[in-house]
Design a protein around this ligand. Structure first.
Ligand SMILES: Nc1ncnc2c1ncn2[C@@H]1O[C@H](COP(=O)(O)OP(=O)(O)OP(=O)(O)O)[C@@H](O)[C@H]1O
Length: 368
């Protein structure tokens, strides 16, 4: 249970677009993650499914039934909010038990107790059941809010930034739990986050949303390896993909890309990549390189040189920023690397690892 279909759904707030002409099928039992910048329409999408907002145009189906006019309580959908929405005068136990006490639920007191305790145990809030919301930290409140949605065992589970107030350690743990729980409860889950890493680790599929419109839908693998355009490419990946302008030319019958500002960065293209640029037929493209695809090498083997601008060592990896004349590139390094500001280093990139975008539209050349 729990398929959701958006058919050309638009939600306007007066003149302002919430979401625009969204068509999307969310499959039964799927873990779908919606990623996008602030104001993209993520919360609006969830509220539309929950029935908390009427849609302006289009149709919405849950389990094959048109729910345009069905009130929230009859949709078997549960939603948690970033702002928790807990009852301040109820204990944690009562907050979690509350949805199970709705008249149509018919649970005995013992069943309610068992359900609340089981979920509270999973979320590690079982020691807080007698406390009131004001006696909880932000992260604890968030877990209570999550628990309250879980106890109902809805067929669609809507989570709006559910881990935003939880510290890094608990966050990882809860991510694992959520993943396992979702499989256990067999509930379709729609999960909203700013944090694409969270998205990649949880999602069966990811939806990239911007300005109310769906930009791309795909598995984490598809979104990462085959981004539709520059927007998706730069929003998925940590550190962000390096992107710069390049000129296309022919040299001894080979297609060459050179960076505009400095002709230092130069790639000789072969095979499919060369074919792609040739068919595109323009003399300028945007070149994208993932930070892990730039290799530091010896002077003899390097394609071009860069000057160390700054090096950020993290415990398990490092991020090196280098200047290559006019442009700055970020490079992912081993955790035990050492660099000094101003060092001159040789860099190498396999041209097959390049992402190529149309300069005007930002579209990935593979999708033109
Ligand atoms: N009640 C409202 N009245 C008017 N405009 C609204 C209302 N709620 C949302 N909007 C607008 O609709 C658009 C989408 O908002 P939404 O809250 O869905 O975005 P979001 O992706 O969830 O953002 P965030 O990550 O900041 O929560 C934004 O431009 C927002 O300003």
């Amino acid at each position: 249970m729990g398929s959701v279909i958006f058919e050309n759904v638009t939600k306007m707030y007066g003149e302002k677009v919430g979401i625009k002409d969204v068509s999307l099928e969310i499959y039964e039992d799927e873990f779908l993650v919606i990623v996008g910048p602030s104001g993209a329409g993520k919360t609006t999408t969830l509220k539309v499914i929950a029935g908390l907002l009427d849609i302006t145009e289009g149709n919405l189906y849950i389990d094959g039934r048109n729910v345009n006019k069905i009130p929230p309580r009859d949709r078997n959908v549960a939603m948690t909010f970033e702002s928790y929405a807990l009852y301040p005068h109820y204990t944690v136990f009562e907050n979690m038990a509350n949805p199970l006490r709705a008249p149509h639920m018919n649970f005995t007191e013992k069943e309610i107790e068992e359900k609340v305790e089981r979920i509270a145990g999973m979320l590690e809030i079982d020691h807080l059941l007698e406390r009131f919301p004001k006696e909880l930290s932000g992260g604890q409140k968030q877990r209570v809010s999550l628990g309250r949605a879980m106890v109902r065992e809805p067929s669609v589970f809507l989570l709006d930034e559910p881990l935003s107030h939880v510290d890094a350690k608990v966050r990882h743990r809860m991510r694992l739990e959520l993943n396992r729980l979702q499989k256990e409860l067999n509930a379709t889950t729609v999960y909203v986050t700013h944090d694409y890493v969270e998205g990649l680790s949880l999602a069966d599929r990811i939806v990239i949303l911007n300005e109310g419109e769906i930009i791309q839908v795909g598995t984490p693998h598809e979104i990462y390896n085959d981004p539709l355009n520059e927007f998706v490419a730069t929003h998925v990946g940590q550190p962000e993909m390096n992107i710069f302008d390049a000129l296309v030319s022919l040299e001894n019958g080979k297609i060459i890309l050179t960076n505009q500002e400095s002709n230092k960065i130069k790639f000789v293209l072969e095979g499919d990549t060369a074919e792609l640029v040739k068919n595109h037929g323009k003399n300028k493209v945007r070149v994208g390189i993932r930070p892990q695809d730039i290799k530091i090498t010896s002077q003899e083997k390097g394609d071009f040189n860069g000057k160390v601008y700054v090096y950020e060592p993290f415990v398990t990896y490092g991020i090196l920023t280098v200047n290559v004349r006019g442009i700055q590139l970020q490079i992912l390094t081993e955790h035990d690397s050492q660099f000094n500001i101003g060092d001159n280093i040789a860099l190498k990139v396999n041209p097959d690892d390049l992402y190529l975008f149309d300069k005007e539209s930002g579209m990935n050349l593979e999708h033109l």
